[in-house]
Design a protein around this ligand. Sequence first.
Ligand SMILES: [Zn+2]
Length: 629
Amino acid sequence: MKQCRSFIRLGVSLIVLLFPCVCPAGNYSNFVVSVYCRAYEVRQMTNLVWLSNVWNTVGSQLKVDKVYLETHRDGVIPDRETIAKARQFFESRGIRVAAGIATVANERNRYQSFCYSTPADRRKLKEIVEYTAGQFDEIILDDFFFTNCKCEECVKAKGGKSWTQFRLEQMNEVACDLVVKPARKINPKVKVVLKFPNWYEHYQGLGYNLEAGVKYFDGIYTGTETREPFNNAQHLQQYQGYLIFRYLENADPGRNGGGWVDTGGMRYADRYAEQLWLTLFAKAPEITLFDLRQVQRLMQPSDRGAWQDLHPSFDFDQMMASVRPDAGTSATPATISRAAGFVFDQVDAFLGQLGQPMGLKSYKPVNSVGEDYIHNYLGMVGIPIELTPKFPTNAHTIFLTESAGCDPDIVNRIKKQLIDGGNVIITSGLLRALQNQGIEDVAEIRYTDRKITLKEYLHSFGGVIEGKSGITIPELDYITNDAWALASGTAAGIPYPLLLRAGYAKGYLYVLTLPENFGDIYNLPPEVLTQIKRALTQDMFVRVEGPAQVSLFAYDNHTFIVESFLPDEADVKVAVAGGFTRLRNLVTGAVTAGEMEAQGSDRFGGGDPRMSFTVHLPPHSYSAFAAEK
Ligand SMILES: [Zn+2]
């Protein structure tokens, strides 16, 4: 493996020279648009009449800079002659061409992977890679670069290791010996990019190794496809379309090549649009649409959300009307291509005004587990999260969930952050994981076996707030006058902490109690969510207050986006610190003056007084602003 590493490093430096940067220089100012073509469709491209018809429709509705031509999926391998014809077809139209490989034996059989303990399968993958590298200078691996094989050979090879450990090691070896090395041997110029799936909490369990992706490949790519959040076994919330790109970007800054979106789980067209713009709000330099077959799907009346009469950001009727036939021809029916093209035209107009994304820094080590996808639930209630696999060393406030407990040095890191005068916010799950592991040196807060079902909530100015009852939380015991509850729910008239704060040296440790069902975070009253946000986003220039399922995306040049995922209209309050007095809408240019918040209204921040603005959001809609003085 050592030999492989030095080989790879040399390769990487050569590649850096050959591919100095990914600069959008195509149809849009801020990103490149790509369409992925599966091996099934590439195989059909031998018929240029068919291809020409398909492309005339797609190209009339969507501006495309690049296509990926897949050379393998499910044993389907288009021949060289077909690939050459297809390539010539696209290049003659000014469209860049790269290759894709789906390393899947049979996608239709529950994503059956190759068996990397079997010589025949290993040989097959190596041949596919060599075949592809002989024809292309850029290859992306679609998100099947894992193993779920549990055949007798694999069981034997695993031995006493856990499946996670065995598969991580096996896929490391496969990455090196069967993909990157053979590709380079055939084509020293080749750039091999590894795309990661949307299930980032579970990568390691199937050998999808972010560490290896960064180390061995020339770049990584992010599956930002997030589906419908309800009744889906994957637990993917809409905010993940943004967060996962940021997480992978922070794993390999500057080498996360783009975001990848499909139409899976799309019950209404706004959900597809959301995935597209969230990928771009995260500053992806390229967006890939999976795939040529899906983008041809006709838009249906049933794609029009029930709220469309309120003219949301993705205005279905406007989108449908935007398909304009050339003079003398009849209108082409709108397809998914037009939905995507409509979104791209809309967001390209203001994306360039946004700075670098920023948020509450949260550390999730590579290959860690615990409190799956929790960051997205918090993102969905307006807490901007900047998730990173590296411990943040330059942030005043950091947020740690149970997965951070996989770092054996985490307690020392928490103490150092506090001694240096910073804040650390941990979840109840991390508190449980670190119980008797040293966290009690910071504050003697205990995670008990008792569960409390909340009835009401304490208001920050006294009295109680009615809220949805029935939210169950773990009870945390704490030493009064050493730790203080900043937010509490009540049951039988007794308060139980939702957010605790305890001093340690110059800093503060906060403990955020998570409901047993993360979905209940959306059922907390807005006033309680605001109490939590005042602590968690205390370092940020902007805070959003209002109902759950309204997210905030903030940037380092005092621009931000507020987005509602609610099916109804919502008025939200935006509180801005730093002496800004007005908001300028980045799309319309409209300027709104704010109102100074009453002094002392911020019970915990004690920071700058904030200017307050009301923003009205139609359902499933966003607004982008610059805070100005
Ligand atoms: Zn096997």
